[in-house]
Design a protein around this ligand. Structure first.
Ligand code: TA6
Length: 303
């Protein structure tokens, strides 16, 4: 595993991209360019923060209780859920949302893009533990481009001789003023599995407003979503490709209290998850020798 100093020598970009070792011993990439600031923990290729310079408030939420620890997921940011979404289909002892977000990744490339964005490419480092849960020969890479727009590409390559099926998500926690003054549009008329109180297939009517725990997997949709934030007077546009599911989640009070790491007592009110995914009916078969890419692009607009 490279040290922060080795990474700075090989991939650092003066005045834009540097690497530091956190007190947990994990390595964090810090990005500060003309368009935005961001930070990304190499474990899990976990983007923890993103704030366009045009915005007074970050666009990505990180719990004030978030702690970096080896092998532990970070509450907030953009967890990479892969190679399954939610609970493992047959192994209750396997980690929820897969192992990618708690496994070391390595930096394989960095660069400055023409308009001033900073690009970072990371690859998951398979090991004995991951192969025990996922024996398929494959690579997983994440390309992040940080600017006024945040673009993330999650690329699965099947390097083996047999097909495999993945579930995945960029499980993004967006920063909002207050859940009671925010709504999500773009999913009207889409079918969704309502995970609150069993799992029933329903159809979305109009925009999604929030007044209780909401945990929905919208299926068969490539739609762009918009978070309308009346309190922060902004929109966050969520465009995607290579994804046919969108997950919308707020834990609300009881679940937030039970989880205990969302920034008590009401840190959970300042976030909503809108996750670009391939889950439930939309898992992806990656044929031998081919690759599959899930892409998101996030933009903020002051209104
Ligand atoms: O995507 C929504 C969800 O599946 C919720 O059911 C909740 O479990 C959330 O993810 C957080 O999961 P985590 O494993 O990160 O605590």
């Amino acid at each position: 595993m490279s040290t922060a100093q080795q990474l700075n020598t090989q991939f650092g970009i003066t005045g834009q991209l540097g690497f530091r070792e956190d007190t947990s011993g994990l390595i964090v990439a810090e990005i500060n360019n003309t368009q935005a600031t961001a930070s990304l923990c190499l474990q899990g290729a976990h983007l923890m923060s993103w704030q366009p310079k045009s915005q007074a408030t970050p666009a990505i939420w990180l719990s004030r209780d978030a702690k970096l620890a080896v092998g532990k997921s970070i509450r907030g940011g953009v967890p990479v859920c892969w190679p399954w979404f939610g609970a493992h289909a047959t192994e209750p002892g396997f980690p929820a949302h897969g192992y990618a977000r708690t496994t070391p990744w390595q930096v394989i490339e960095s660069g400055s893009e023409p308009d001033g964005e900073t690009r970072l490419t990371l690859r998951l480092l398979a090991n004995e533990k991951t192969r025990a849960q996922w024996p398929h020969p494959c690579t997983l890479e994440l390309i992040v481009s940080i600017g006024e727009t945040l673009r993330m590409e999650l690329i699965t390559e099947n390097t083996g001789s047999s097909d495999f099926v993945i579930g995945e998500a960029l499980h993004t926690y967006f920063r909002i003023g207050d859940i009671g003054a925010a709504r999500v549009s773009g999913l009207q008329d889409c079918e969704y599995w309502d995970k609150v109180g069993g799992s029933e297939l329903k159809k979305q009517q109009g925009a999604i407003n929030f007044s209780s725990e909401t945990d929905r997997v919208y299926i068969n949709t490539a739609a762009e979503c918009v978070i309308e934030d009346d309190q922060l007077k902004r929109r966050i546009r969520i465009a995607k490709s290579g994804s046919l599911s969108t997950v919308v989640w707020t834990p609300w009070t009881a679940k937030a209290d039970k989880m205990g790491d969302l920034g008590q007592p009401d840190g959970w009110r300042e976030m909503v998850c809108v996750e670009s995914a391939n889950a439930f009916d939309n898992t992806v078969r990656v044929a031998a020798g081919t690759s599959h890419t899930l892409i998101v692009e996030y933009r903020t607009e002051s209104v």
